[in-house]
Design a protein. Structure first.
Length: 288
C-alpha cells in the first residue's frame, strides 16, 4: 500500500505544479462563441468585398489624383488583400484584438469561475500569463488568417497578378509574400497597445463589454485627436498614430523609420498596460 501511494503521488504533484495547462485554455478559447464569430467575420469579409465590387460601378475613382487602394482593389488578389488590410486597420483589427484580450479575465468572473480557478489552485501570475498568451495567439491567428484568406479569394476573383501600387510600382510574388509578412508582423506589434489596454481594463472590471469597449473607445479618441493638426508633434505619441505605417512596406524600397517608431511606441504602451494589469490583479480581491 505504501508503494502504491508513492506511485500515485507523482501525477498529483505534476498536476498541481502545472495547473491551467495552455492546451486546455486554447480549447476553451476555440469553443467560445466570440472566437467563432470573429472567425466567421474574417471569412466573410473578402467575400462581401468581392460581391460589393461586383454589384457596384466598375468605373475608377473620380478625381485627377493618383488612384488609391480602393481604386486598385480589383487589379489582382494581392491588391484586394492590401485594400482589405487598409480598410480593417482603423477599426476591425482593433475590435478583434480588444475582444480577445479584454474578455480574457472578465469572462471567468462573469461565469463565476475566477475564484474556483484561483482556489484550484492556480497561481495568479500563471493565470494572467496563460490568459494573455492565448489572447496573443488568437489575435496573431486572426492577423494571419485575414490576409491569407483574402489573398485566396482575391486570386480566384481577380487573378494572381503582381501587386500594383498607387504610383504604378509593381511587386512580384516572391518579394510580395515577404512584404506581407512584414506587414502582418508590424500590425501585430502596433496592435499590442490595444490588447494591453483591453487586458488591463479587463483586470479592473468584471464586465467584458466594458474592457473591450474601453479599449476601442480609446483608439477612436486617439484617432480624433490625431486629426487635430494644431497638436503638432504631440500627435506622434498618440496610440494608433503610426497605424498605417505598414504601407511603407509596399514601396519598392522599404522605409523603416515610421514602422520602427510606431512599433516602439506601441510596445512601450503595452509594457505599461500589462504591468498595471499584473500589479492590480496580484492585489485584487476576487469576489466572482
Amino acid at each position: 500500500m505504501a508503494e502504491r501511494s508513492t506511485v500515485d503521488a507523482g501525477p498529483v504533484r505534476a498536476l498541481r505544479a502545472r495547473p491551467l495547462p495552455l492546451r486546455a485554455e486554447i480549447r476553451r478559447q476555440l469553443r467560445r462563441r466570440r472566437t467563432q464569430g470573429v472567425g466567421w467575420v474574417i471569412l466573410a469579409l473578402p467575400l462581401v468585398l468581392v460581391a460589393a465590387f461586383a454589384i457596384g460601378s466598375s468605373d475608377p475613382g473620380s478625381g485627377t489624383g493618383a488612384p488609391g487602394f480602393v481604386d486598385l482593389a480589383q487589379e489582382s488578389g494581392a491588391n484586394l488583400t492590401v485594400f482589405t488590410l487598409f480598410a480593417s486597420t482603423g477599426f476591425l483589427l482593433n475590435v478583434v484584438v480588444a475582444l480577445f484580450a479584454g474578455d480574457a479575465v472578465p469572462a471567468e468572473a462573469s461565469w463565476s469561475s475566477l475564484r474556483y480557478l484561483l482556489a484550484a489552485p492556480v497561481p495568479r501570475g500563471r493565470l494572467l500569463r496563460q490568459k494573455l498568451t492565448v489572447a496573443a495567439l488568437s489575435s496573431a491567428t486572426a492577423l494571419v488568417l485575414l490576409p491569407a484568406w483574402t489573398l485566396v479569394v482575391g486570386g480566384v476573383a481577380y487573378g494572381w497578378g503582381a501587386y500594383v501600387g498607387p504610383t504604378g510600382d509593381q511587386l512580384g510574388w516572391p518579394v510580395l509574400l515577404l512584404r506581407f509578412a512584414v506587414i502582418v508582423a508590424y500590425l501585430a506589434l502596433e496592435l499590442t497597445v490595444v490588447g494591453a489596454v483591453a487586458f488591463a481594463l479587463g483586470v479592473f472590471t468584471d464586465a467584458p463589454l466594458a474592457a473591450v469597449g474601453g479599449a476601442v473607445l480609446l483608439m477612436i479618441l486617439s484617432a480624433i485627436l490625431d486629426s487635430i493638426t494644431a497638436l503638432g508633434s504631440l500627435r506622434e505619441a498618440l496610440p494608433g498614430h503610426y497605424a498605417y505605417a505598414w504601407a511603407d512596406a509596399l514601396a519598392p524600397s522599404i522605409d523603416w523609420s515610421d514602422m520602427a517608431t510606431g512599433a516602439l511606441w506601441s510596445i512601450g504602451y503595452a509594457i505599461v498596460g500589462v504591468g498595471v494589469a499584473v500589479w492590480h490583479f496580484l492585489r485584487k480581491d476576487i469576489t466572482s
